[in-house]
Structure formats: structure tokens, C-alpha cells
Design a protein around this ligand. Structure first.
Ligand SMILES: Nc1ncnc2c1ncn2[C@@H]1O[C@H](COP(=O)(O)OP(=O)(O)O)[C@@H](O)[C@H]1O
Ligand SMILES: [Mg+2]
Length: 262
């Protein structure tokens, strides 16, 4: 895997998985620069990538490696594929957790992968911290909603990634303005928070994603809104994909410079 990027936030329900799935689809279907994309769901609290991508289950190839599911141009695997009953609560403990995570990367026949998107569990506890250390992350994309409670949690996430030397690639604000049928825009979860956060941490701001019923519907039906390249949402996710790739390129350049200067 050439590059691995975590999609993270301090808390759940901000649309991390939704952004991760749509971003993966946008990267794989970028008309100018289509990439080979892997999507790995390590959210042991609420694995939702299979639903977002349209199902899938685990199979094993002749070399006893797991074969990832594939949809919308993206290869993906979820920690939930390893559960006997998908409704089982997942209680992962230290070594078992580490082993499961390592397996998702190493025991899967991924083939050639340009970029791997990792859908992280919410929170900034020990599990998230060890995850950031187990997987060699090239950077993290932070998802927040516009209001202050979500932002406080994202701040913790920023600090966590800094502690383990994972560059924060940028902030995207999800669930921003809702446009009503009469054209009026309603800022249900407030506004401006994502940009303020990016400014505070001197990290790029990738703009906002509106609250939109197509995003919710696409997620529930396994057809991420980003597959419609010509739609406004499709274009928005293409922009996000481009911004992310640019930030990755720039981050890689700076870290090479640091090594040269050492
Ligand atoms: N921009 C959006 N517009 C409408 N619904 C959204 C949007 N982003 C996420 N959702 C919905 O919000 C819920 C939580 O999103 P999810 O991606 O599962 O969050 P997380 O992974 O952070 O817990 C889902 O039902 C999803 O469909
Ligand atoms: Mg999730």
C-alpha cells in the first residue's frame, strides 16, 4: 500500500464513515487521476462500511488470504466481516485487537493499492492510540460538525495524532448548512467551526459538506452519493479527494525535507 490515510474524529455520529466511503469512491473514480483504492473499516464500536458500500462478505483465496469485497471501484474490508453474528457487540482486548487490525492489512490480498482509507473508531482512548501506532499512517483527515461540542473532541484527536507523529492533512466539516426546498439555508449544527479549528491548528480546511438527504439515502442503500460524478455532491467529494491528495503530496515533501536537513 503506497499511502494510508485515517479518517477520524473525536466522536461518533459526525459522519466519519460516510465521508470515508464517499472519499474512497471519489478517489477511485477521479476522471483525471483514478486511483486504486482500499477502504478498511476498523470501527469496532460501529462498523458501518459494509452498509455504506452495499454489503459484502469475506472469502478466502487459494493462498489462504482474505479477498476484499469490491464495489464502486473500491476494494474494502470491515472488522465486522470477522464476526460470527454481525449484531454481536465487539469487545476487543489488547493482543486480540492488535492481531485483528494487523490481519486486515497483511492477510488480505489487496493487490496494488495507491491509497488506503481507514475508517477509525470514534474517540481518542487507548484503542485509537494503539491503532495509530499499529498502522503506519501517512496522515489523518479530521471530520467535524460545525458546533463546539464536536470541535472539543476533534481537538483531542488532533493532539493524539501529533503525539504519535501522524500528520493532520486537513479538516472537513460535515453536516453543514441544510438547503430547504424553498432555497433557504439552515445551519442546523451551527457554522464556521471546522474552519476555525483548521486555522487554530494551522492545517488545511477542506470546506464543508452539507446535510443532504441524498447523502443519507446513498449511505443506507449502499450507493454513496459520490458515485454520481456530475451531481453537486459528486463534485464536492471530488474536490475533497483532490484537496486531500494535494495535502498528502505537500506533507510528504515537507517530511522528506526534514530528513534531508537532519
Ligand atoms: N452530510 C450528511 N447529510 C445527511 N446525513 C448524513 C451526512 N453525513 C452523515 N449522515 C448520516 O448521519 C449518520 C451518522 O453518519 P456516520 O457516517 O455513520 O457517522 P460516524 O461514522 O462518524 O459515526 C448516518 O445515518 C449518515 O447517513
Ligand atoms: Mg462510523
Amino acid at each position: 500500500m503506497k499511502q494510508i490515510v485515517a479518517v477520524a474524529s473525536g466522536k461518533g455520529g459526525v459522519g466519519k464513515s460516510t465521508v470515508a466511503a464517499n472519499l474512497a469512491v471519489a478517489l477511485a473514480n477521479n476522471p483525471a487521476r483514478p486511483l486504486k483504492v482500499a477502504l478498511i473499516d476498523v470501527d469496532f464500536y460501529g462498523p458501518s462500511i459494509p452498509t455504506l458500500m452495499g454489503g459484502g462478505k469475506l472469502s478466502v483465496d487459494h493462498e489462504e488470504k482474505f479477498i476484499p469485497a469490491k464495489a464502486h471501484g473500491v476494494k474494502y474490508i470491515s472488522i465486522s466481516f470477522f464476526l460470527k453474528n454481525p449484531d454481536d457487540p465487539v469487545i476487543w482486548r489488547g493482543p486480540m485487537f492488535g492481531k485483528a487490525i494487523t490481519q486486515l492489512f497483511e492477510d488480505v490480498s489487496w493487490g496494488e493499492v495507491d491509497i488506503c482509507i481507514v475508517d477509525m473508531p470514534p474517540g481518542t482512548g487507548d484503542a485509537q492510540l494503539s491503532l495509530s501506532q499499529l498502522v503506519k499512517l501517512d496522515g489523518a483527515l479530521l471530520v467535524t460538525t460545525p458546533q463546539e461540542v464536536a470541535l472539543t473532541d476533534v481537538r483531542r484527536a488532533v493532539n493524539m495524532f501529533r503525539k504519535v507523529n501522524v500528520p493532520v492533512l486537513g479538516v472537513v466539516e460535515n453536516m453543514a448548512g441544510f438547503t430547504a426546498p424553498d432555497g433557504s439555508v439552515h445551519h442546523i449544527f451551527g457554522e464556521g467551526g471546522g474552519e476555525a479549528l483548521a486555522t487554530q491548528y494551522e492545517t488545511p480546511y477542506f470546506g464543508s459538506i452539507p446535510i443532504n438527504v441524498e447523502i443519507r439515502r446513498g449511505g443506507d442503500s449502499g450507493k454513496p452519493a459520490a458515485i454520481n460524478l456530475e451531481s453537486d455532491l459528486g463534485k464536492r467529494f471530488q474536490e475533497l479527494a483532490n484537496d486531500l491528495m494535494q495535502s498528502l503530496d505537500e506533507t510528504a515533501k515537507t517530511s522528506t525535507l526534514e530528513i534531508v536537513n537532519d
